[in-house]
Design a protein around this ligand. Structure first.
Ligand code: GLA
Length: 388
């Protein structure tokens, strides 16, 4: 892959000077959904698929972007001193946003660059192709401008900052953190309240992680995402009229049940309930995994989906069909939607000997119920972003 992207870079931008190649993975979250902006825990891992990037510093202030995924668009240009989100600039709003975020935080990005990208994360799959582009851009800026003090954790935060303030999605830190900090064969047990984290080995022995992409167009996903976030913030403010808490993640199930009457509306009670219970589920799931109790881990994955379906209401027919069909298959340890929801994909843990049959059966049922096909990927857990 490295040779392929380098060759294309030389064709598009010319081959002189210092040229480097970088990679940032996609991510899948095993459990802990819609908890990261509620001060709760998440448990994502980096994948081996992701975004390859080739970059070279320029003498002037010009930015030139080219994506091998959108070759028909050709080169898109911008200037480092006048970075603005423009709809017609499409995918380049992600790298532009990150460069802007470095500037906002006081880092000197003093000259332009030529940047070529190639991603093998399926588009709009919910495996964080945009966060992957953000983090790879962060790694490039750090490297090209010699910003040695910038840590990988800071790159994740700059990516999130750009997404929130340049691209208008009020996302949490999970995706960028998993992509920047990922570790082969491990998931990251991250407490989003203070960004403390531990790596937990994912040893599935006789099972695999299977991702099913619904191929549903996300449409209103981003605005619905922001709406859920606001609902949780309002519910928190209502709880704070009596409780001295900073986030929903601080509550146990019992504390929530004893105080939920402070929340003035039934929908918000369910939203907050999900955030509280999902956080506790995530803590229990990691405990179960540490004890080698994969069956319990799978059961908690299933409960996570039910809560996202009934209380948080971010699933929809496509994701529910994939998960509910998965639950009926032989050798399925657990299955749930993963990521923001409203489309995107599901994650299932499936016994090795049943993977083939699983893909066939779930695929057929999905096609019959939804009218188009889902795509399936048996994935591996890879390392976080860096220079190749
Ligand atoms: C998206 C966001 C994350 C997180 C998930 C839901 O992936 O980018 O920050 O909130 O949705 O868990």
């Amino acid at each position: 892959m490295k040779e392929k992207v380098l060759k294309k870079f030389q064709e598009v931008f010319g081959g002189e000077g210092e040229i480097h190649t970088y990679f940032a993975p996609g991510r899948v979250n095993l459990i802990g959904e819609h908890t990261d902006y509620n001060g709760g825990h998440v448990f994502p891992c980096a994948l081996t698929i992701g975004t390859y990037a080739v970059a070279k510093k320029r003498e002037d202030k010009k930015l030139r972007f080219y994506s091998m995924n959108f070759e028909h668009i050709g080169i898109i240009e911008a200037e480092i001193d006048t970075l603005k989100n423009k709809k017609e600039d499409g995918w380049t709003n992600y790298p532009k946003g990150v460069i802007w975020a470095f500037q906002e935080k006081g880092y000197a990005v003093t000259s332009g660059m030529d940047l070529l990208l190639f991603g093998n994360i399926p588009n709009s799959s919910g495996l964080s192709s945009s966060a992957s582009v953000e983090v790879v851009t962060g790694v490039i800026v750090k490297d090209l401008f010699g910003l040695e003090s910038v840590t990988m954790q800071e790159i994740a935060l700059l990516g999130q900052y750009s997404e929130n303030h340049f691209n208008g999605v009020n996302c949490g830190i999970m995706d960028q953190f998993a992509i920047a900090m990922g570790k082969k064969d491990h998931a990251i047990f991250l407490d989003t309240a203070d960004l403390s984290y531990e790596y937990a080995p994912i040893v599935l022995k006789d099972a695999k992680i299977v991702i099913a992409c619904s191929n549903k167009k996300r449409g209103l996903g981003d605005s619905k995402y922001n709406e859920r976030r606001t609902e949780c913030e309002t519910a928190l403010a209502e709880l704070q009229t009596k409780l001295s808490i900073q986030s929903l993640g601080e509550l146990t199930e019992e504390e929530f049940e004893a105080n939920k009457n402070l929340i003035q509306n039934e929908v918000r009670v369910r939203r907050a309930k999900h955030a509280v219970y999902e956080n506790q589920r995530t803590i229990h799931a990691v405990e179960a995994l540490r004890k080698g109790d994969i069956a319990e881990f799978g059961k908690l994955m299933n409960e996570s989906h039910i809560s996202l379906r009934d209380d948080y209401e971010v699933t929809g027919k496509e994701l529910d069909t994939l998960v509910e069909t998965a639950w009926k298959q032989k050798g399925v340890i657990g299955s749930r939607m993963t990521g923001a929801g409203f489309g995107g994909c599901t994650v299932s843990i499936v016994k090795n000997e049943n993977v083939e049959e699983f893909i066939k059966n779930v695929g057929e049922t999905y096609q019959a119920a939804v009218g188009y096909a889902a795509d399936f990927y048996v994935v591996e857990i890879g390392d976080g972003a860096g220079l190749l």
